[in-house]
Design a protein around this ligand. Structure first.
Ligand code: 5AD
Length: 322
């Protein structure tokens, strides 16, 4: 029987001085619902051009210090094939909101990759008209990732000069309607955020019916208006993941990269606190280093070897890499 989760109940849990029991419950629910598998997904960041001005993001269009790149259609398809050959079965195709990549171009890429590989494809290219989402779905896209970032309309407005929470949520509902496996998510530590906001974030995921949710701490980027805001709490991010597991028992919940950046230990720990997914960049060098949403080091690596190492790390946690 599903719990009746309310903001009050979630807030009471978030305020607990010791979260050990909630983590254990989240781990038990994860074991029962999605099992002991950890899904490894590849992410290809094919363009860092972005028309938006999100105040937390290093790729926002007002940041002149970014080396902008746009991979060619051929490079994109080849990278997807490389991920397939390295053993990946899901590819997240992510970019900024780059007007060059119209729905028609993206649809062509989806078709080309589907013809050459058996990859499940997640698109993560921001807000589009519903007709474009529908077209991409027709071309074969399986999932869409679009984080709501914060469920507080005032905080959303302060951080996004180019959009509204209402528009963002409308996109998510369109995606659901069109039959996408739909992913959202939010950041921990945004200015003005309270425990109450985080409960609203989690309840919004449930209200949309999200199949996936990426939750991670805010990391300040030196070239953004939020450069002096302190980093979000890795502990609070993990608490939010654990509660998301309780509220959305079957969801796919990644151990986010930002969580690992904030706290190296946390990326392993969070798999015992509700998480069941991990993403790895397959973006080729040098582009990988230019996709700097927040500062993080991504040293050059071999896609196949990195995947092998990750599988070993997951096995050490007593889980099954897939
Ligand atoms: N810190 C942490 N996460 C960030 N994102 C964007 N900027 C930051 C930041 N400074 C996240 C957002 C976005 C995803 C691609 O990265 O949640 O949806």
């Amino acid at each position: 029987m599903a719990h009746e989760w309310t903001a009050e109940k979630l807030a009471a849990l978030l305020a607990l001085p010791d979260f050990t029991e909630v983590y254990a419950r989240a781990d038990a629910v994860r074991h029962e619902t999605v099992g002991d598998v950890v899904h490894i997904r590849a992410i290809l960041e094919f363009s860092n051009h972005c028309r938006r001005q999100c105040r937390y993001c290093g790729l926002n269009s007002r940041n002149p210090h970014v080396t902008r790149y746009r991979m060619s259609e051929r490079e994109i398809v080849e990278s997807a094939e490389g991920a397939w050959k390295a053993g990946y079965r899901t590819l997240v195709m992510q970019s900024g909101e780059d007007p060059y990549f119209t729905a028609e171009r993206l649809g062509g890429l989806v078709r080309a990759i589907k013809e050459r590989t058996g990859l499940a494809l997640t698109i993560s290219c921001g807000e589009m008209p519903e007709a474009d989402y529908a077209y991409l779905r027709e071309c074969g896209a399986d999932r869409y990732l679009l984080k709501h970032e914060t469920a507080d309309p005032a905080i959303y407005a302060a951080l996004h000069p180019c959009g509204t929470l209402e528009a963002r949520v409308a996109c998510l509902r369109s995606l659901k309607r069109l039959g996408y496996e739909t992913g959202s998510g939010f950041m921990i530590g945004l200015p003005g955020q309270t425990v109450r906001t985080i409960t609203q974030d989690i309840l919004l995921l449930a209200d949309i019916g999200c199949d996936m949710a990426g939750i991670g701490p805010f990391i300040p980027h030196p070239d953004t208006p939020l450069k002096d805001v302190p980093e979000g709490s890795a502990e609070m991010a993990q608490r939010a993941v654990a509660l998301a597991r309780l509220v959305l028992p079957k969801a796919n919940l990644p151990a986010t990269t930002s969580l690992a950046v904030a706290d190296k230990e946390a990326r392993g720990q969070v798999f015992a606190r509700g998480a069941n997914v991990i993403m790895r960049k397959v973006t080729p060098d040098p582009y990988k280093g230019y996709y700097e949403i927040y500062p993080a080091a991504f040293p050059p690596t071999d896609v196949a070897r990195e995947r092998q190492e990750l599988e070993e790390q997951i096995a050490t946690l007593g889980r099954i890499p897939v």
